[in-house]
Structures are given as C-alpha cells and as structure tokens.
Design a protein around this ligand. Structure first.
Ligand SMILES: *[C@@H]1O[C@H](CO)[C@@H](O)[C@H](O)[C@H]1NC(C)=O
Ligand SMILES: *[C@@H]1O[C@H](CO)[C@@H](O)[C@H](O)[C@H]1NC(C)=O
Ligand SMILES: *[C@@H]1O[C@H](CO)[C@@H](O)[C@H](O)[C@H]1NC(C)=O
Length: 348
C-alpha cells in the first residue's frame, strides 16, 4: 500500500517536471519562429511588390478557366474566351436567356432579376445569366461585381475589358459558355435595357409546330446594305460584299441549341466582326444555316403593351421596362383564366 502511493507520487512529480520542460521548449521554439517571421517580414524586399500583384490579379477570384472545344468531338479548336467566373447551369433549362450588360449597370440587372429574369415556378422554363467583361481600371467596381456574383450566381465574366468594340468577344463567350456549361433547348441573346416577355416566348417555342432545331429567329434583315462610312462604317478589307448576310437584330434573337453548338465550332475560323449581330449572321451563313425567321413579336420603341409580344427594344426607360412586365403578367393571367373557364365550359 505505502509503496504504491509513494510510487504514484513520484510518477506525478516526474510528469510535472516533464510538462514544465516541454512547455519551456515549446515556448522557445514558438518565440524563435515568431522572431524569424518578423525578421523575414521586415527584410523581404519582394513584400510590397507581391501585395500589389495580388490586388491587381483580383485575389479571391477563381483561377482563369480556359474553355476547350473538345466537347464537340472532332478536332480541337483553340478558344479566345477566358472566363474568370465558374458559373454553370445547375439544371437543364428550356430557354437560356443571356443578357449583355456592363459592370456599372447593376440597377438594370436588379430590375431584370425582379421582373422577367426569374421564373418563379418549381421547375423553371427559363434561366437568365448576365455576361460581363472587366471594368477597366476600376478595382472597386470589380470587387462589387465579385460580391454580386457570389450573391446571385448568375454572372459570367470574361477577361476582356468592357468595351463597345469587344461585344463580339462577348457573343463568342456567351455561345461557348452556353455550349459547355448549360443544357438548354433555346438560347435568347438580349441586352440589359430590353424588355422580354418570357411567358409568350416560351409558349411560342413550346408549340408543336415551332421548329425545335435549326431555328434562328428575331427581328431580322435580309438585304442590309453594308455602310462604308459613319459610326458603323465598315471598310472593304473587313467586309467586301455590298450586302450583309441575313441577320437578326442584336437586342433580341433566338438560336436553337444545335445551332449554338455548330457556331461554337466556327469561332476561331471566322474572325470577329464589329457588329455582334451581323457576326452571328456571318457565322450562320458559313455553316449553311437556316434563313433567319422574322417574327413580329420582336418589337421596338413602344412603352405600350401589345398581346403576343416577345421583346421590346429601343429607348425604353426603367419605368417602361417595369410597366411592360406588369402588363405581361396581367396578359398571362387573363389567358390562363380564359383557358380555365374554357375547359370548365366544355366539362359542362
Ligand atoms: C469605379 O466604380 C465605382 C463603383 O461603381 C464608382 O462609384 C466609381 O465612380 C468608379 N470610378 C471610376 C474612376 O470610374
Ligand atoms: C477590349 O477593349 C479594350 C479597350 O478598347 C482593348 O484594349 C482590348 O484590346 C480589347 N480586347 C480585349 C481582349 O480586352
Ligand atoms: C395570350 O393570348 C394572346 C392572344 O391569343 C396570345 O397572342 C399570347 O401569346 C397569349 N399569351 C400568353 C402568355 O399565353
């Protein structure tokens, strides 16, 4: 008994001693490490340069992602679009709406999200994403964009600077992104100042007699003369024919997914063109694609509601875009109740 307790006591005191030693050594090592770190921090000549580089390269953003065309099968085509976001579709969608927008236009994006951009139903028929470039020389803006992306997850950003002359790069980026990261039936390209009526458009596209493949539709031009001077003037070197191929206006056009895949294959073959909508016409011509389908549902410059509208572009202010949506919802409800009472009638 006695022997046992003395033994226990000495073991305890031994381990206490050992603990004290251990703590001492740990303390020495830790303070040595901290000391070295401080010295390194003070002495390191690259520190300031490193920090500056980190800010310029947008810390916090994922690594740039280079799209590859391998998914099309056949030969691999090198790509131009560098994405700096990793947004992708989480479920397949009937109509993918791709909106061209500039970094500073958050109010327009917010309105779109609150109105026609969002399909609130359980299994949505359409999904809206926003295509942006970089805000040149504005770090604050790029930080805001990153926060917006993290919140809404509907932003796709490319590495090119946001600029009017880079719009065709945005078209390429949109087509490539859709082809690679989204499973969709139709793509609608539009701009952030356009009103879209997705109820009518989806209903039209779902009709059994609407072409499900080989569809290029919008407000289209068939014999457009190439301007040689002025703001949109095109030199002979850039385009030597007197007429543009048929094309649909940039603010709203629809492509079926099979066409999108075919166009993506061509992106490196056909050089970009200054007008993004004409560029799509050029690509369509190149693949021997369909004659574009002109539809009166793609309207212009009217704040007035018309039944059967797909889109309205040209000088719409914030109020008009909101009003047109409210009326689109009313039209939708009227048609629905109309249909409901019809079936009720036949039931009787
Ligand atoms: C940069 O972006 C911020 C946020 O949108 C804006 O307030 C500011 O005016 C911009 N600065 C420049 C130089 O454009
Ligand atoms: C985009 O636009 C800017 C500004 O005009 C230009 O410097 C740049 O070369 C264009 N292309 C890319 C890929 O940024
Ligand atoms: C409502 O009815 C009109 C007239 O028949 C039609 O043009 C339009 O596409 C319908 N809209 C919806 C949302 O069903």
């Amino acid at each position: 008994m006695k022997l046992g307790s003395t033994l226990a006591k000495s073991v305890v005191s031994l381990s206490k001693k050992a603990n004290r030693h251990l703590l001492l050594w740990m303390g020495i090592i830790l303070s040595g490490w901290v000391f070295c770190y401080i010295i390194y921090y003070i002495v390191d000549p690259n520190r300031i340069k490193k920090n500056r580089r980190a800010i310029n390269s947008n810390v916090g953003l994922p690594e740039p992602l280079k799209l590859s065309a391998n998914y099309i099968g056949q030969e691999s085509v090198p790509h131009r679009s560098y994405l700096i976001t990793r947004t992708r579709c989480t479920q397949s969608v009937f109509l993918l709406i791709v909106v061209f927008t500039a970094p500073g236009n958050m109010d327009r994006r917010t309105l779109i999200r609150r109105t026609w951009g969002t399909d609130p139903s359980v299994s949505p028929s359409w999904k809206t994403v926003f295509l942006l470039g970089q805000a040149a020389n504005n770090r604050t803006q790029n930080k805001y964009l990153e926060a917006e992306r993290a919140t809404y997850k509907d932003i796709i950003r490319g590495s090119q600077n946001e600029h009017y002359y880079n719009l065709t790069l945005k078209t390429q980026m949109g087509l490539e992104w859709a082809a690679k990261y989204c499973d969709f039936q139709f793509l609608l390209k539009t701009d952030d100042d356009v009103f879209i009526n997705p109820f009518n458009l989806v209903e039209y596209l779902q009709k059994p007699d609407t072409r499900q493949r080989n569809l290029y539709m919008g407000r289209c031009h068939y014999r457009s003369v190439v301007p040689r001077s002025g703001k949109n003037g095109v030199s002979l070197e850039k385009y030597d024919k007197s007429l543009y191929p048929p094309f649909c206006n940039g603010p709203a056009y629809v492509l079926s997914s099979d066409l999108v895949l075919k166009l993506v294959e061509l992106l490196d073959v056909k050089k970009t063109f200054q007008n993004e909508d004409v560029y799509v016409g050029i690509l369509i011509e190149k693949i021997g694609g369909p004659v574009p389908l002109h539809h009166p549902g793609f309207r212009i410059r009217s704040c007035e509601h018309f039944e059967g509208t797909f889109s309205v572009h040209g000088g719409l202010n914030y109020y008009c875009r909101k009003k047109l949506f409210d009326e689109a919802v009313k039209e939708r409800m009227k048609n629905r109740t109309g249909k409901a009472s019809q079936s009720y009638d036949t039931a009787i």
